[in-house]
Write a protein that binds this ligand. Sequence first.
Ligand SMILES: [Zn+2]
Length: 491
Amino acid sequence: MENIALSLKTAEKAPTRAEFDRAAHWIIIAPAGHTQKLPYAELLYQRRSRVQRAAADTEPLVTELPNKIGSRVAFACIKPELSQFNLLTLARKLVTALTRDKAATISVLVSGFTHRQRERIGEALYAAVLAAAADLPSFKKKREKHAPASLHIYGVPDSPRLLRTRAEAEGNALARHLTLLPSNFLTPTEYMQQVRRLARSHGWKLKFYDMKTLRRMGAGAFTAVAQGSPVADAGIAHLRYEPRGGRANAKAVAVVGKGICYDTGGVNLKTAQFMYGMHGDMQGSAVALGILHALTQLKVRFPVDCWLALAMNHVGSRAYKPNDVVTAVNGITIEVVDTDAEGRMVLADTLALAARQKPRLILDYATLTGSCKRALGGYMSGVFTNRDFWVHRLIEVGRQSGERVWPFPMDEDYDQALDSEIADVKQCSNEPGADHINAARFLGRFVDDVPWIHMDLSAGGNKGGLAHIPTNKTGFGVRFTLNLLLDQEMV
Ligand SMILES: [Zn+2]
């Protein structure tokens, strides 16, 4: 699981004509409408005008230049106010046009914008090239490698923002790598081996609550799900990053993730169509780990707690069943309704443990509900918060980062769906309804009054990729969260 091998060179000035003609693969971004001082400007604008379509802002021209080596160019003209999501999407298409060609070195020229605009465009392209260069699992006998190894950006000054882009990309690549591993390569045991290795190399404190410990603590919601596994290797991992020389009393940010390494549905067994792909049901935990990785690389000044709920949701004679009543670690009793709603069960205890430490904010990530996916598709993730006044800020964080989210209500009357005759709360409802909202209301019982944001990762999978990410599994959430924690003063 090595991260991204990509070297970067930046130069604020434009390349000389000789430098330009030596490079085999170019991405060029320029303003629309008027010819710039670009190499081959007339030819590029002319060819582009022939293929121009209404959606030209996000559709690049791919062409070859009449120079000695026939340099391949992916060319786009944009309005500087292009949204962050559209800019990242364009960057992915430009990069894909060249990686398809197995470009080992990609050269980028950003020309004709203000300093600030060139920085923004350069950042998006860097993010897209890093995403394409990520080392992802492949089990093919003959492995084809299309990943670019080096990137030269002209017209964009080096800036600390690019270091953050790199850290973000590494966090995202880690999340995607883990998510793509089949469940026979990523059991909770193997997941913890990776976590231990990362903890050693990053200097994170690590505590692993194994099944025995969780039973003793009374974490009955988590152990109900994990008891169906033939191997008792499930557990909750708690990692902590401490800043060097940080304030001793600084309150931590906690990130929490659902890590179901395979979700069969349990005794409420999934059908084939819905089970395929369920090795990715641990993506929330991988995103939380990716965020911790990125924040550590960036040496942030506040402590970060990361909680991973790692288990399998198996079928078997010991598996939990509908109508079982279990008690969570905070004493709340839960009536099980559908064993396929296991994510909220393992998160209930994990969130309660995270909340005990009184962090200044809890963020959790989970591929939690089909209803969120049906509501938003794979383009945005759903967000929920117990601080109403954050709702508009969350939309804004999504727009600025390019990882877009949409909030759902958290009003109390939704709780009716979870009224149980025998326990404090039902796990979920069998009636048709807003399961993603019910799930969030359910989870809200386990965070006390700690400020909390819950992300239902509907955008964790999107066919063909999303924004700058070229793969179906997106690792959605790392870039959003870094924007939220580092650019916004929400908490
Ligand atoms: Zn499930």
